[in-house]
Design a protein around this ligand. Structure first.
Ligand code: MTE
Length: 362
């Protein structure tokens, strides 16, 4: 089977389905994440789609259904958005450090990337079909086949109609100025800025407007948040909160965890994102467990809606062991919880507790 074209430094969690993330120092090297370093999250096999035979169907509660070829889509107005895609499982490793999480990928803080996406605004296509009476959700389905307990099915998910009609929503056929790579959804994917990555459905084959969220396994039973007391054995998967908007979050990309450094000034760098389409206002770092914080310098991204922000600080580290932690604050003054224990859940989603690295200076 053809493997995705990724950088040899990628941390491959699984080959089939392919799940990989970049080392954090490399992730922090460029504001737009190059394809070869962009994390890849797949639930099934990566399909090879023939762009000539490809058709997107739009139906359900619409005035008139549509069947669009790639040529049809390219003829429509083209729009761009620079946006983060972040997996709801990003930083699951921190939750796994609190208590075991079974059967899930142990993502570090690299299940996130920031790219310039281009394509047709989803809104254009939905308005062309005509939003019908009673439509409340836009459901998406992909061409990839996922093996389930009762046979194989196509991956899918949905968004509230209000989000689907927002101007930032794209049906993307380009990533960083190039045709969408195969493993990122060629020839067409949804890009849902500000929402968990699971809703940015790749290899998109159909859009259905409906009165309820998608009943696809990945909307109805996965990517849901349960209380810390729920367990794999006790939880009813049809319950739980469907995850949607991303939360404020931040990670230290350099120095790496476990690094040995020379005592003196040390440069600390990372990324931060805001929740709910807000802006990153401030990013702080601490070396004493959060008693004293120093404010970092915000670099690229703070003025780019839906993108991440890069930050940087120089810390004076004396000889010895240090734990450096980071927290971001967004424009609603919302900040992050201190510990992973506070946000632990048995599926391991939505870890936005302070991110930290342990380093030794001599
Ligand atoms: N779309 C399809 N068709 N199949 C998938 O497995 N994975 C989702 C989403 N879209 C997925 C999908 C998840 S969980 C995430 S986090 C993002 O794609 C990851 O996008 P990427 O692989 O381009 O980084």
């Amino acid at each position: 089977m053809k493997q995705p074209d990724k950088h040899p430094a990628m941390i491959v969690h699984e080959r089939q389905p392919f799940n990989a993330e970049p080392p954090l120092a490399r992730l922090r090297q460029s504001f737009l994440t190059p394809e070869e370093l962009f994390f890849s999250r797949n639930h099934g096999s990566i399909p090879d789609v023939d762009p000539d035979g490809y058709r997107l169907s739009v139906g359900g509660l619409v005035d008139g259904s549509l069947e669009l070829s790639m040529e049809d889509l390219r003829e429509r107005p083209k729009s761009e958005v620079t946006a983060v895609v972040e997996c709801a499982g990003n930083r699951r490793d921190g939750l796994m450090g609190v208590a075991p999480i079974r059967g899930e990928t142990p993502w570090g803080a690299g299940a996130i990337g920031n790219a310039r996406w281009a394509g047709v605004p989803l809104r254009e296509v939905l308005l062309e079909a005509g939003v019908g009476e009673g439509a409340r959700h836009a459901a998406f389905v992909g061409l990839d086949e996922v093996e389930g307990a009762d046979g194989s099915f196509n991956y899918g998910g949905s968004l509230p109609l209000e989000k689907a009609l927002s101007p930032e929503m794209l049906l993307a056929y380009e990533m960083n100025g190039e045709p969408l790579p195969r493993e990122h959804g060629f020839p067409l994917r949804v890009v849902a800025p500000g929402y968990i990555g699971a809703r940015s459905v790749k290899w998109l084959s159909g859009i259905t407007l409906q009165d309820a969220p998608s009943d696809n396994h990945y909307q109805a039973r996965e990517y849901k948040l349960f209380s810390p007391s729920a367990t794999e054995e006790t939880a009813d998967l049809s319950e739980g909160m469907m995850l949607g908007e991303l939360q404020v979050n931040a990670a230290i990309c350099e120095p790496e965890d476990g690094a040995r450094l020379t005592a003196g000034p040390v440069s600390v760098r990372g990324y931060a994102i805001a929740g709910g389409g807000r802006r990153v206002e401030r990013v702080d770092v601490s070396t004493d467990g959060g008693r004293v914080w120093s404010q970092t310098d915000l670099r690229e991204g703070t003025d780019v809606p839906w993108a991440w922000s890069f930050w940087e600080a120089t810390l004076e580290l004396g000889p010895g062991e240090h734990r450096i932690v980071v927290r971001a604050l967004d424009s609603s003054a919302t900040t992050q919880p201190a510990t992973a224990a506070e946000v632990w859940n048995f599926k391991g989603y939505a870890n936005n507790s302070w991110h930290g690295v342990k380093v030794t200076a001599r």
